[in-house]
Design a protein around this ligand. Structure first.
Ligand SMILES: NC(=O)c1ccc[n+]([C@@H]2O[C@H](COP(=O)([O-])OP(=O)(O)OC[C@H]3O[C@@H](n4cnc5c(N)ncnc54)[C@H](O)[C@@H]3O)[C@@H](O)[C@H]2O)c1
Length: 344
C-alpha cells in the first residue's frame, strides 16, 4: 500500500486532498508538511499523522512512496523534482508548473528516476465532463468543431496572496485558464496551433498586482477546431457561485450543452443574498468525488504499475496553451504554438 506525504496544507490541500485519504483504503497518508506551523499542526491533528515544516525531511523517509504536492504553482517543479530524485511518485496540482522549462524538467525527472508523475487536472475525474467526453468519443456530435466554455467565480484571496502574482503562476489565465485549455485539448484530441487572449484587471487586488482576473481565450487547433473561453475571478461574490460553469460542444452533426445553473441540485434563498445556487463544495464548483477519484486513480497506477490517464503530455500541452494566452494578453496579439523558448 503506497504511503503518502501531503506537501502544502492551504486551500486545496485541506479541501480537495487531505480529507480524501480517509476514503481511499488503498493508500495511507502518513505525513503532512507546510511552512506555516499552525496550518501543518492543524492538518496533522485532523489526519493524525506526522508533521513537518521542511519537505526535504519527508523525502529522507524511505517508508514514504508518494508525495502529493499542493503548494503555490511556482514551487511545483522544485518539490516534484526533489521528490522524484529520491524515488517518490508524485501527484502534483495543476498547473504543471509556471514555465515550460520547469514542466520539461519535471517530465525528465520522472523518466530518469523511473517514477510516476501525474498532474491533477481534476476536471478529467468529474463525471459531468467525463460523460461529455464519452459522448464526443462515441461520435454523438460528429467531429467537434467549436467548444465554448466559461469558468467564472469569486475567490476571496487576500491582496498579498500568491494567487494574484503571475510570476508565481498566479492570475486567472494560468490558474483557471489551464482547466479550460486542458478541456479543449482533451475534447479535440489535437494540438493547438494558435492562442489569442484579451484580458482585464478588474478587482483592486488584480490591479495592484498587475495581474489579470478576467480573460477571453481563443485557441485554434490542428484540423480547424476552435475553443473559446471566458475565465474570471472578477464576478461579484455570490453571483460567481451561482453561475459558475458553462460548456457548449458543437460538432458537425450535433451539439452538447451544459451549464451549472441548469444542473445544480440545490437552490438557497437568504435575506442577505436572495436566490443562490451554491457551489458543489465549499472551495470550488467541482465535485469532491473528482479529487477522491483523481487520487485513487494515481494510487492504483502506482500499485498496478500503469501510466496515469492521459499520459505525460496533456498537462504540458494545457500549460503551454495557458502560457501562450498569458503572453497574448500581455502583447495584444495572437501567439503561435509551439511556444518559442524565449517567451516562456
Ligand atoms: N485542482 C483545482 O481545481 C485547484 C484548486 C485550487 C488550487 N489548485 C492549485 O493548487 C495549488 C495550491 O493552491 P492553493 O489555493 O491551495 O494555495 P494556498 O496558498 O492556499 O496553499 C498553498 C500552501 O502551501 C504552503 N507552502 C508554501 N511553500 C511551501 C513549501 N516550500 N513547503 C511546504 N508548504 C509550502 C503554504 O504555506 C500554503 O499553506 C496551486 O498550484 C493551485 O493552482 C488547484
Amino acid at each position: 500500500m503506497p504511503r503518502v506525504a501531503l506537501v502544502g496544507c492551504g486551500n486545496i490541500g485541506m479541501a480537495g486532498h487531505l480529507p480524501m485519504y480517509a476514503k481511499i483504503p488503498e493508500a495511507e497518508l502518513v505525513a503532512v508538511c507546510d511552512i506555516v506551523e499552525e496550518r501543518v499542526n492543524a492538518a496533522g491533528k485532523q489526519a493524525e499523522v506526522d508533521v513537518y515544516t521542511d519537505y526535504r525531511r519527508i523525502l529522507d523517509r524511505k517508508d514514504i512512496d508518494m508525495v502529493d504536492i499542493c503548494v503555490p504553482t511556482d514551487l511545483h517543479a522544485q518539490i516534484a523534482i526533489d521528490a522524484m530524485s529520491m524515488g517518490k511518485h508524485v501527484l502534483c496540482e495543476k498547473p504543471m508548473a509556471h514555465t515550460m522549462d520547469a514542466a520539461d524538467a519535471m517530465r525528465e525527472a520522472a523518466i530518469q528516476n523511473d517514477v510516476k508523475l501525474m498532474i491533477g487536472q481534476v476536471r478529467r475525474f468529474d463525471h459531468r465532463y467525463v460523460s461529455i467526453k464519452e459522448q464526443i468519443d462515441a461520435g454523438k456530435v460528429g467531429r467537434p468543431v467549436f467548444i465554448r466554455r466559461a469558468e467564472r467565480q469569486f475567490l476571496p484571496f487576500p491582496p498579498e496572496a500568491w494567487h494574484w502574482n503571475p510570476k508565481m503562476g498566479g492570475g486567472v489565465i494560468l490558474d483557471i485558464g489551464v482547466h479550460v485549455t486542458d478541456l479543449f485539448y482533451w475534447y479535440f484530441q489535437r494540438e493547438a496551433v494558435e492562442v489569442y487572449a484579451v484580458a482585464k484587471s478588474v478587482r483592486e487586488s488584480a490591479v495592484a498586482a498587475d495581474s489579470f482576473d478576467h480573460a477571453f481565450i481563443t485557441c485554434k487547433f490542428e484540423g480547424g477546431g476552435v475553443g473559446f473561453a471566458e475565465t474570471s475571478w472578477a464576478y461579484p461574490e455570490g453571483f460567481g457561485g451561482a453561475y459558475y460553469a458553462q460548456l457548449d460542444v458543437i460538432g458537425t452533426e450535433g451539439k452538447i450543452q451544459y451549464a451549472d445553473k441548469d444542473t445544480n441540485p440545490m437552490v438557497e434563498f437568504s435575506k442577505e443574498k436572495g436566490c443562490e445556487l451554491p457551489r458543489y463544495f465549499r472551495f470550488m464548483s467541482t465535485t469532491e468525488y473528482a479529487f477522491e477519484e483523481e487520487i485513487r486513480h494515481f494510487v492504483r497506477c502506482i500499485i498496478e504499475d500503469e501510466e496515469p490517464t492521459g499520459g505525460r503530455q496533456y498537462a504540458r500541452a494545457a500549460l503551454e496553451m495557458a502560457l501562450a494566452a498569458q503572453r497574448s494578453a500581455e502583447i495584444g496579439r495572437p501567439v503561435q504554438l509551439p511556444l518559442e523558448r524565449e517567451i516562456y
